[in-house]
Design a protein around this ligand. Structure first.
Ligand code: PHE
Length: 445
């Protein structure tokens, strides 16, 4: 079978597009706010460097050597117990699960792009009412925008790897960077900027507990798109002889720098206009619109630009969340790309409708189990259970299961002296860290 290949820059942009998502712009700033800034950022950066980077290389390696969908790649690369190891490939399913709420959140962002053109709430209280009214009562609006997100994502995916995914990323990623760079340039001129820098880079260890630690590690995984086959699937289309280490470096670098820049922008704005950084998940949808209002007319422009950037980040991640299972059905069952994308799209669209309903008054009562509704359960199950399991399996697979000679043949020339430290980290540091994270996120520890 002939497989379309990414160009070198196309692969880096598509992988960076996968990594840079709602996690960077929406989630990273608010969890940094919740855990008090500097110390949390430091732990996150160390995790990205020590664990994230080495798993990124491992995941790219499996894709690069396997050359097929995630299930087949594991199966072919396992020297024995192929039938067991192929189940590790089903980590691709996590992406479809994540899409159930990811697409709904992208829908909210679309809605905010449109409304910010004409309206911004004048106080945080008003902003909160706007957001919760949408969340709890506006079913049709959410359904409309969720459907729009479904249409865009399936359209791009059906155009294929080069004509869809690569093209989209080569356009949206630079656009996203330009928007963020111009907002950052403006933030630099404000007094609030130095406060934001202080908040993000001077560690206050008193806020750090085991939960903060685990959140930082879990987030490093989520934000780098590790543990669910997205990067692996993209890497299956790398050209022979491509430099995995360099690509992994660029993806990690871009993802980290964009999270930091987004954090600095948001905190500068919040400090400048008298809000505090600890605002929780509503930071972007509640505190920020009220801050944009304070800015006057430039605020309307920034609000629209900001939500456009957020939508771009979300869409480029979405295609990577769905592609692994699309590839799976094409490779294993001979489905056409169109059939595979529409089927996967309908899956997350349908369950997405349930996710919307699970926040709507009158319906949410039927879609809540224990302390969480359907939406929150999916978020929790993917981040706390599925991604760490995926990461754990990959580290063990490359570290212990694949023949060392095979791994070494590709990686030693690229990593040189760093080969042994990388291999050690995969075998011992990463699996232990992932195991601890998983247990504590599941509430066992
Ligand atoms: N990395 C994306 C983000 O930060 C989310 C994602 C996770 C995308 C896993 C693909 C795979 O929002």
């Amino acid at each position: 079978m002939k497989i379309a290949r990414f160009s070198r820059i196309g692969f880096i942009m598509a992988s960076a597009g996968s990594a840079v998502g709602l996690g960077n712009i929406w989630k990273f700033p608010y969890i940094t706010g919740e855990y008090g800034g500097g110390a949390f950022v430091l732990i996150y950066l160390l995790t990205v460097l020590l664990i994230g980077f080495s798993i990124m290389i491992a995941e790219m390696l499996i894709g690069y050597l396997g050359r097929r969908d995630t299930v087949t790649s594991f199966e072919e690369l396992a020297p024995k117990h192929k039938n067991l190891w192929k189940f590790a490939g089903f980590q691709g399913l996590s992406g479809l699960f994540i899409m159930i709420f990811y697409s709904v959140v992208i829908g909210w962002i679309f809605n905010y792009i449109v409304t910010s053109l004409v309206y911004l709430p004048s106080t945080v209280k008003e902003a909160e009412v706007t957001f919760t009214t949408m969340l709890h009562t506006e079913f049709w609006t959410q359904l409309f925008y969720h459907t729009l997100s479904f249409i865009i994502i399936t359209y791009v995916l059906h155009k294929g790897l080069k004509g869809g995914i690569e093209k989209m990323n080569l356009f949206l990623m630079p656009a996203l960077m330009i928007i963020l760079a111009s907002m950052f340039a403006y933030a630099l001129t404000l007094d609030g900027f130095s406060k934001a820098v202080h908040f993000m880079f001077s560690p206050d260890w008193s806020k750090i507990n085991s939960e903060a630690f685990v959140t930082a590690v879990g987030h490093a995984f989520f934000t780098l798109s590790l543990g669910m086959g997205a990067i692996m699937t993209y890497a299956a289309s790398l050209e022979k002889g491509a430099n995995i280490v360099k690509s992994a470096f660029w993806v990690v670098f871009l993802d980290t720098i964009i999270a930091i820049v987004a954090g600095l922008i948001l905190f500068t704005f919040l400090y400048q206009y008298g809000s505090s950084p600890a605002k929780g998940p509503g930071l972007v949808f509640i505190s920020l619109p009220a801050v944009f209002y304070e800015m006057g007319i430039i605020g309307n422009i920034f609000a629209v630009l900001f939500f456009v950037a957020l939508a771009f980040a979300g869409l480029t991640s979405s295609v990577s969340l769905v592609e692994p299972m699309v590839q799976y059905f094409i490779d294993r069952f001979g489905w056409s790309r169109l059939r595979a994308t529409i089927s996967m799209g309908l899956f997350f669209w349908l369950f997405g409708v349930l996710a919307i309903l699970s926040n709507i008054d009158g319906a949410k009562e039927y879609l809540t189990w224990g302390s969480r509704n359907f939406f929150d359960w999916i978020d929790y199950l993917t981040a706390a259970v599925m991604l760490p399991i995926g990461g754990f399996l990959m580290a063990v697979f490359v570290g212990f299961v694949m023949e060392k000679s095979k791994v070494e043949a590709v990686m030693r020339p690229q990593l040189k002296w760093a080969f042994e430290p990388w291999y050690f980290s995969l075998r011992y540091i990463t699996p232990v860290a992932m195991f601890i994270v998983m247990l504590s996120l599941m509430g066992v520890l």
